[in-house]
Design a protein around this ligand. Structure first.
Ligand code: TRP
Length: 432
């Protein structure tokens, strides 16, 4: 069975809240239990340094987030669960990616642009109070992802652009140095990607409207009681549309329960009763996790040991992988200089290639195969080797855009996407 590699990071800058749980922790833990999935989860503590200048908070948040994921059922034996700063290969890869990333690409990052817009509006220097860390944030994130050749990256909607940038970095690097990195795809948990907070806006620390995942029972009750509602009285029908309370319930409850609450709304349930019901439902899911969480938080040395084991697992992949990447960019042992002929032969062996051959019926065909011999393109028989050669030359010169002109004569192999063919032809063109 081929496995899909999932990877996601969580910045250690706060205390996990219900929005983090529903949008990230819970779907990730579930995905990690699937047999066809290999998961990498990490605490993005280097990223935390970009926003948090209080060392104690970084440390506390790292502990709380690690304990939350473990309490939510993440099995560190099954997945690779680690702390970003335990992997020195990540900052090293960040530098390599920095060197193939256009500054203009980073200028367009939403977070940086928002800071610039704010400064512009305030009439101060556009980069006032902007650190190079904020500017470089997407590259560090790219390194997190590309290091482990993740296929799928589950994140919130606000991170989609970062994934696009990671793909750009992978392409630029692959283009220059050969195919080292997988192009990652973003995964968004559509139904529950954003949970409203107590004021009805997206639950987020920056709005101060969060409900911490591991609040005590009493605190949870109080916070749920504080969720904004309208002023409809008991007996008056309530709207589910736009009701933060309803949406929070829905993120925890099953279909039937949701239908039941919808009906209770229509029947005019009192807000106080609705809140009591929502509280009990959430607490039922949280209680067993809360017990595990408290036990874990009380034993930080155990969490530390789990993370160090995770780092060893991650580095068993990262260290040899980075040896290849270092070599690819030319950071090499001078004693085993691999310049000249051998380097050229290696470069050629790493390229896709056209193979021409004669079919049984005597016609002349060709195929395009990747460096591992996988079939990408297949032609029909041409009348002469010259015709076949002309078609190859055209594909090499023009690239994938020439393909429609060969409709019926040259076709992609089963399961090969147009993007892959375009990339292979591009690689050949670059090497020519
Ligand atoms: N930037 C992500 C966030 O704020 C956290 C993160 C860092 C991340 N590195 C990552 C997420 C790599 C996915 C993959 O949510």
């Amino acid at each position: 069975m081929s496995t899909t590699r999932f990877l996601t990071g969580i910045t250690t800058s706060g205390t996990p809240h219900l929005g983090n749980y529903v949008g990230s922790i819970r779907p990730s833990v579930r995905a990690s239990q699937r047999a066809d999935v290999e998961s990498f989860y990490f605490l993005a503590d280097y990223h935390a340094l970009i926003k948090v200048g209080e060392p104690a908070r970084v440390q506390r948040s790292t502990l709380e987030i690690a304990a939350s994921w473990l309490a939510a059922g993440l099995d560190p034996e099954r997945v690779t669960f680690y702390r970003q700063s335990d992997i020195p290969e990540i900052p090293e890869l960040t530098w390599f990616l920095t060197c193939v990333t256009g500054k203009g690409l980073l200028n367009r990052a939403h977070a940086y642009k928002a800071a610039v817009d704010k400064n512009t509006a305030a009439g101060v220097d556009i980069d006032s109070d902007v650190t190079a860390g904020l500017f470089m944030y997407p590259v560090l994130m790219g390194a997190d992802i590309l290091m482990f050749n993740a296929h799928k990256v589950p994140v919130g909607r606000d991170q989609v652009q970062h994934l696009e940038m990671a793909r750009d970095m992978a392409s630029s690097f692959n283009h220059r140095y050969g195919a080292h990195f997988t192009l990652p795809e973003v995964v968004i948990e559509e139904s529950v990607a954003t949970l409203p907070g107590t004021d009805g806006r997206k639950m987020s620390k920056s709005y101060d409207n969060t409900i911490p995942l591991f609040s005590s029972r009493a605190e949870l009750k109080k916070l749920i009681a504080g969720i904004v509602t309208d002023s409809r009285l008991p007996g008056e029908a309530k709207e589910v549309e736009g009701s933060a309370l309803f949406q929070i319930f829905q993120a925890f409850a099953g279909e039937d329960e949701t239908v039941a609450l919808r009906k209770a709304y229509a029947d005019g349930i009192a807000w106080g009763d609705a809140k009591a019901l929502v509280f009990e439902r959430l607490d039922a899911e949280i209680t067993p996790m809360r017990e595990r969480y408290e036990a874990l938080i009380a034993d930080p040395a155990k969490i530390e040991a789990i993370l160090l084991r995770g780092a060893a697992k991650a580095r068993a992949i990262a260290t040899p992988f980075m040896a290849g990447v270092r070599h690819a960019v030319g950071l090499r042992n001078l004693g085993s200089a691999d310049t000249g002929k051998k380097a050229k032969a290696d470069a050629k062996a790493a390229l896709p290639s056209f193979k021409q051959y004669r079919e049984k019926d005597g016609r002349f065909a060709f195929k395009l195969v990747d460096p591992k011999g996988r079939l990408l393109l297949q032609s029909q028989g041409f009348a002469s080797p010259k015709d076949a050669g002309a078609a190859i030359a055209r594909l090499q010169q023009v690239g994938a855009t020439a393909l429609p002109a060969f409709e019926g004569q040259v076709a992609a192999a089963d399961g090969v996407s147009p993007d892959e063919i375009a990339a292979a032809l591009q690689q050949l063109a670059d090497a020519a």
